[in-house]
Design a protein around this ligand. Structure first.
Ligand SMILES: [Zn+2]
Length: 372
């Protein structure tokens, strides 16, 4: 954990405890290195990121100093909606792994908050752009219909472009920047959160949930916040010029008095283990309900079905050959029965590989979905 990150956020290291309530402790995963705040009564806990190791309590200098968040997005889903999403995830999988059951997923479900940096900054800039102003052109079109000429008025909107330049001196608040290395992947998987629906964080608001600690320092996240400052300035310059459009906006900007805080956004996390005990997470956006998880069908369970079907085929063949042998002792009808049984056995044996194909096809499709 980069101590410098937190020193920068706070301006200086303060003596206040890192915990946001006395009920929380900081713990990190020895496998993936992710760090969390979690309620004491939930410790020890399997890492809610990689699910491959138990979290270990952090102590001494390892403990990051991070002030409580400025804003929080409260979960907007009811428990029924979350349960339904879990049900939908586990539904419709032929030969699902034993661990992939709705009850199991529901039992492991946790509310986790993910951090996003918020930065306030003064901006001084000189800018230039082309402003577009709408104007209407009226023309007339002549048309010949029903034996006579008619005149029709046609209105057309055109844009008049004018060069403008100026100076800008503003303070912008709460511009978002990624606080996690995997922020881009998470956005792809869970969609964006509506930050407008955030609320001021009240002490203890996330006391019963898990909270991910940032692993991306503000100085590293800053380049991703800068374009948002530019967009906001661009929009304001257009409004100030009372223009309808703006293009070719350029500025030379200076930033001062930056202040970093963070926001928490909710995600529900659960997981299952496949045949080879590899964990697979299911993530649910706590605001929109968008879910992400890779479903797997079990080759092990498919193989069990293959063996069962194979045994039925062998039984048919056994009975068929026995009937054919008995027919040698004069019972002609048994030869026909034996032939039917051997043919049936062949048909059943041909079907035996279907479960393996079904599993292969399902896993291939899910892999494509996850990559796509
Ligand atoms: Zn981990």
């Amino acid at each position: 954990m980069d101590q410098g990150v937190y020193a920068i956020i706070n301006g200086m290291r303060e003596s206040e405890n890192f915990s946001w309530t006395s009920n929380q402790l900081a713990a990190a995963c020895p496998h993936c290195g992710r760090a969390f705040l979690l309620p004491r009564d939930q410790f020890p806990l399997l890492c809610p990121h990689c699910f491959l190791a138990q979290l270990e309590e952090m102590g001494g200098d390892d403990v990051p100093e991070l002030r409580p968040p400025e804003l929080i997005i409260p979960p907007a889903l009811t428990s029924q909606q979350v349960a339904q999403t879990v049900q939908n995830f586990a539904r419709g999988i032929w030969f699902a792994p034993k661990d992939l059951r709705p009850q199991q997923l529901q039992q492991r479900l946790r509310l986790l908050y993910l951090p996003v940096w918020l930065v306030d900054s003064d901006v001084q800039a000189q800018w230039q752009a082309e402003m577009g102003f709408n104007y209407q052109v009226v023309s007339h079109q002549e048309r010949f219909a029903n034996g006579k000429w008619r005149t029709q008025e046609v209105k057309e909107t055109r844009i008049r472009w004018e060069p403008r330049l100026g100076q800008l001196q503003r303070r912008y608040d709460n511009v978002a920047a990624p606080a996690l290395e995997e922020q881009a992947d998470l956005e792809k998987q869970l969609g964006r959160y509506d930050l407008q629906k955030s609320q001021t964080y009240q002490p203890g608001a996330a006391a019963n949930a898990l909270i991910r600690l940032p692993n991306r320092p503000p100085q590293d996240a800053w380049p991703e916040a800068e374009p948002t400052f530019l967009q906001q300035a661009r929009q304001e310059c257009r409004l100030a010029a009372q223009a309808d459009h703006i293009r070719d906006f350029h500025w030379s900007s200076r930033y001062a008095n930056q202040h970093w805080t963070h926001l928490l956004q909710p995600v529900y996390v659960t997981h299952y283990f496949d045949d080879s005990q590899q964990p697979h997470p299911l993530l649910i956006n706590g605001q929109t309900g968008q879910a992400y998880g890779r479903r797997r069908a079990s080759r092990q369970r498919a193989m069990t079905s293959v063996i069962m079907i194979g045994l039925v085929a062998v039984l048919c063949w056994g009975l068929g050959f026995a009937a054919a042998l008995l027919s040698l002792y004069g019972e002609g009808a048994l030869l026909t029965l034996g032939g039917i049984l051997i043919f049936t056995g062949l048909c059943i044996a041909a079907c035996a590989l279907i479960p393996l194909f079904v599993v292969w096809y399902f896993n291939w499709q899910e892999k494509r979905k996850a990559e796509g």
